[in-house]
Structure formats: C-alpha cells, structure tokens
Design a protein around this ligand. Structure first.
Ligand code: FDA
Length: 318
C-alpha cells in the first residue's frame, strides 16, 4: 500500500501561494525567529558570513536570493542587482576551484527574473544572461532552479539557450514528474550539470507521482541514468536511501567522488553533511537569503511534519 506524503502537505503548499496567509505569518516576530533555522539572514552580509563558515567546513555552497512570482519587471531588476552584488562579494572571497568543481554557485529562479510576465521568457533569458556573465567573471557556477510543472518547458528552453554561451550552467530536474526520466536521458550528455531533486510543489496526478514510494522509485531510476551518463550529477536529497544509492551507482558507473556531488539545504541534516565530507564526498549546501522567505519556508514545513509540530509549538509558546 503506497504511503501518502505528509497529509498536511497539500494545505501547506496551497498556503505557500496565499497572500493572506503570507501576511499573517510574516508579521509574526516568532515566525521570523523560526525561519532562521532555514534562512541564515535577510542581508547579503549575513549570507556571506554563512558562506564563509560553510566553505571553511569543507562545503561547497549555492546561494539563492529569495523571491519568486513577481508582478512587474522592476522587481526582476532588483533581483538581478542583488545577484550582481552577491557575485562581487564572491569574487572578493578569492576561492579557487576544487577538483574541477567551483565551490561557489548561485541558484536563480526564473520566476523572479520575469518568466511569468507577458513576454517573460525573453525577459527572464536576458536577465539570466546578465547574471551568468557576472558569475563567469566571479568564478562562480550558476544553477537554474525548477519551479512548478507549468514552467518546465520554458525553463529547459532558457537553460539550453544559456548553455550555448555559458556551458557550465546547470538546472534542476524533479523526480516526481512523469516526464523526468526522459529529460534525464536528454540532459545526461557531456558537460551537463543536473541537480536531481524529488520536487517541492503541489502537482496534479496527471503529471506527477503522488506517493513517497513512487517518487523515490522514480528518483532512483533518474539517478541511475544521470550517473551512467557523461554529465556531472548533483544529488539533491536528505534521504539516506538516496544518498547511499548515489554512492553505489557512482561506483558502478566508474565515477570517483569528484565526479558528482551531494546537495542539501541549509539547516537540514547538518551533521550528515559533515559526515559525508569526512567520507570524501563533495557536498554543496543550498543557502537562501533575503526578506522574501515565505514560500521557501512553507515548502520546508510541507516536507516534514516534525517541522510543522516544532513551528506550531513555538507559536503557542510550548
Ligand atoms: P524526504 O522529503 O523524503 O526527506 C528525507 C529525510 O530528510 C527526512 O526523513 C528528514 O529526515 C530529512 N528532511 C527532508 N526535508 C526536511 C526538512 N524540510 N526539514 C527537516 N528535515 C528534512 N525542489 C524543487 O522543486 N525545485 C528545486 O529547484 C529544488 N532545489 C533543491 C536544492 C537542494 C540542494 C535540495 C536539497 C532540495 C531542493 N528542492 C527543490 C527540494 C526537493 O525537491 C525536496 O522537496 C526536498 O529535498 C525534500 O526531499 P528529500 O529528497 O530530502 O526527501
């Protein structure tokens, strides 16, 4: 009998898109304190301090300036400016590549660069190009995050365009989508960098697997394709079964530890992240910063009932 994911997940993911609930939750001082478990701070300085600590602990990082679903192009300009400033700060850190990998990366969301506005695909591409050019100068990689399934085709078109000019640009594939095995086959070629995750949005059964078991099984099929391919797989998961399978598939495919990486979110399974580094693996921590943390935070609550219990207990002061 397949297990459903967290029964509150659909409600929490719907809340992640509700402006009314967002206003209520973001005005609570208490929530702000809890958010720091997943988001080290609102300012670039706070993000850079966290980056330095993580790099000193042997981790690679990918920083996301929080924001999604904007309503006009000037907001996209602000997002671009935030990334350009962050990339200047990266350059000042003077961090060198490690075994062919860039320890520093930025993760961008095309919705924050204008993708859903009228004429948005072109706008998002133009904005992403500006960020990629600055990242090149700063010695940073760029990853294009995956959002809900209605954006997948547009996102992959934009990534293909970007890769003509900036071949190291990576993107994310979500194992819960039925289409993803085929996308993995298409994108497992030489030079490609693919982050594989389970998927964090509320998706209908027509396009996505719904049970935990089906999503994990799809993840493992996709992971095997990427490991047997010629690109650089990035295994974004906290799931012990997936982490150990990744290592077994890499060995079976003749990859050494520098030919793939494990990725986890800031504040989640921190001790395991350190242990994997001690085991000789490349581990990249995804580190979000900025004021616009609501959607990100709600998706983290939806992933794990224990986070929700922790949050509700704090709200009622117990
Ligand atoms: P799963 O949810 O089954 O968790 C396995 C175990 O990990 C849990 O039992 C628990 O111990 C721990 N855990 C997981 N989530 C936790 C949480 N929130 N708090 C505390 N413990 C937790 N999604 C997307 O749609 N687009 C994207 O671009 C990205 N990008 C991305 C980057 C990186 C680096 C990561 C790690 C993840 C993403 N995701 C994402 C999110 C991803 O799709 C997925 O929702 C989460 O990683 C949770 O799935 P797991 O594979 O960790 O397994």
């Amino acid at each position: 009998m397949p297990t459903l994911t967290n029964p509150l997940r659909p409600a929490l993911l719907a809340a992640a898109r509700s402006e009314r609930i967002e206003r209520t939750i973001t005005h609570s001082k208490l929530t702000r304190r809890l958010v720091t478990k997943f988001v080290p701070g609102a300012s670039e300085d706070a993000a850079i301090e966290a980056v330095k600590a993580l790099v000193n602990s042997g981790r690679f990082i990918s920083v996301d300036f929080l924001g999604e679903d904007i309503s006009d192009a000037s907001e996209a300009d602000q997002t671009v400016a935030a990334y350009l400033s962050l990339l200047d700060a990266y350059a000042a850190l003077g961090i060198e590549p490690v075994a062919g990998a860039q320890p520093l990366e930025v993760s961008i969301k095309l919705s924050a660069l204008g993708q859903s506005l009228p004429g948005g695909e072109e706008l998002a591409l133009t904005n992403a190009r500006i960020i990629c050019a600055a990242a090149d100068r700063a010695g940073s990689w760029v990853n294009v995050d995956a959002e809900d399934h209605t954006t997948t085709d547009s996102t992959l078109r934009i990534v293909r365009e970007l890769r003509q000019e900036f071949p190291s640009v990576a993107t994310v594939l979500q194992a819960y989508l039925h289409r993803t095995e085929d996308d993995c086959r298409d994108l497992a070629g030489p030079g490609s960098r693919i982050r594989l995750c389970k998927g964090a949005y509320k998706e209908p059964a027509e396009v996505a697997y719904q049970s935990k078991e089906d999503v994990t099984a799809s993840y493992l099929r996709c992971l095997r394709i990427l490991m047997e391919g010629q690109g650089y797989p990035m295994v974004a998961s906290h799931d012990p079964q997936i982490i150990s399978s990744a290592q077994a598939y890499a060995i079976a495919a003749g990859r050494d530890a520098s030919k793939f990486e494990i990725q986890m979110l800031y504040g989640i399974r921190d001790a395991e992240q350190s242990q994997l580094i001690n085991d000789g693996l490349h581990v990249r921590t995804y580190l979000p910063f900025g004021n616009d943390w609501y959607g990100y935070f709600m998706r983290r609550l939806a992933e794990r009932p224990a986070n929700l219990v922790f949050f509700l207990r704090a709200l009622v002061g117990r």
